[in-house]
Write a protein that binds this ligand. Structure first.
Ligand code: AMP
Ligand code: ZN
Length: 284
């Protein structure tokens, strides 16, 4: 097991170095759900001397959120890492679950994961900027990325993945904090093996709001393909990155706008949050 731990940490370090994800004199904030992936990133970045701070958005999903927060607090305390906690309810005036029922009562049919994802990304960028962070590191792993590539294809939404990669590439804007993914090339099974070997206090169950999601269905199918044809995940992600790097050459620099409602950075006239919440009277 010692050998595995050593080689896994080397793999993550190699991704950071090869793609120049982080610098030691920068302020790095790890976006932590309290799950195995983000805690692994937090622990390894700390071990490698990047002096990260942790930021968790409390999503108020009952015991699931409470346990994640408790676990993260324990890791931060043990490792001497500064922790920032932000309540999504306080910031938005409602939780993602509540937003889902309001939004869907207006005739839209958005999944919990889509709504939660939009709210989280918005809040992470805003808070990271307020905290003066240069980078936001997330726990996205190779499996997450392979799933996203296929999901975007299957929903005719390939544009949403144009900015993908170990670091967000296309968009450079002072209001937008660059996001990096040190586990981009690491398999979820390896992250789990590492987390278990390190005895991290984490919940291995999925978020209770995500059951029956499209992502879970795609995940099962990719896992089956990986079993039958080893290398499927990495090939899928590498092929997409190759294609995207060609397309990116034709995207004009500085394509970001400022949301006319909340002044946060966006690719459109209004950001996704204002677009979403604009549909519900009384919010945003
Ligand atoms: P998910 O969107 O749940 O697949 O999570 C992807 C990544 O987003 C995680 O690895 C974390 O880095 C980050 N993340 C997810 N949930 C939270 C949260 N509640 N607070 C802060 N960061 C989060
Ligand atoms: Zn906005």
């Amino acid at each position: 097991m010692k050998q595995f731990i050593y080689s896994f940490e080397n793999e993550v370090n190699a991704t950071i170095k090869k793609y120049k994800l982080l610098k030691k004199n920068e302020k790095t904030l790890v976006a932590c759900s309290g799950g195995k992936d983000s805690i692994t990133v937090l622990y390894i970045l700390n071990k490698l001397g990047y002096n990260p701070e942790a930021l968790i958005i409390d999503l108020h999903i009952g015991k699931y959120s409470d346990d994640n927060l408790k676990n993260l607090k324990q890791v931060c305390k043990e490792q001497g890492i500064k922790l920032h906690v932000v309540s999504i309810r306080k910031e938005f005036g409602c939780t993602p679950c509540y937003a889902k029922s309001l939004i869907n009562s207006k005739g839209m049919n958005l999944s919990s994961c889509s709504i939660c994802g939009i709210m989280k990304r918005y809040m992470l960028n805003k808070k990271a900027r307020e905290l003066g962070a240069n980078k936001i590191a997330t726990g996205h792993n190779l499996d997450d990325e392979a799933q996203t590539v296929l999901m975007n294809f299957f929903t005719c939404n390939v544009d949403a993945g144009l900015n993908t990669g170990p670091s967000t590439g296309v968009i450079k804007d002072k209001k937008f904090v660059q996001r990096v993914k040190p586990l981009f090339f690491s398999k979820e099974s390896d992250v789990r093996k590492y987390s278990e070997a390190m005895n991290f206090p984490v919940i291995y169950d999925n978020c209770p709001c995500s059951t029956g999601s499209f992502r879970h269905e795609i995940k099962d199918k990719i896992n089956q393909l990986e079993k039958d044809y080893p290398g499927t995940k990495i090939n899928l992600v590498e092929s997409f990155l190759k294609t995207v790097s060609e397309i990116r050459k034709n995207i004009p620099k500085g394509a970001l706008k400022i949301c006319k409602k909340c002044k946060e950075p966006t690719r459109n006239e209004k950001c996704s949050v204002c677009e979403l919440f604009g549909k519900i009277k009384g919010f945003k």
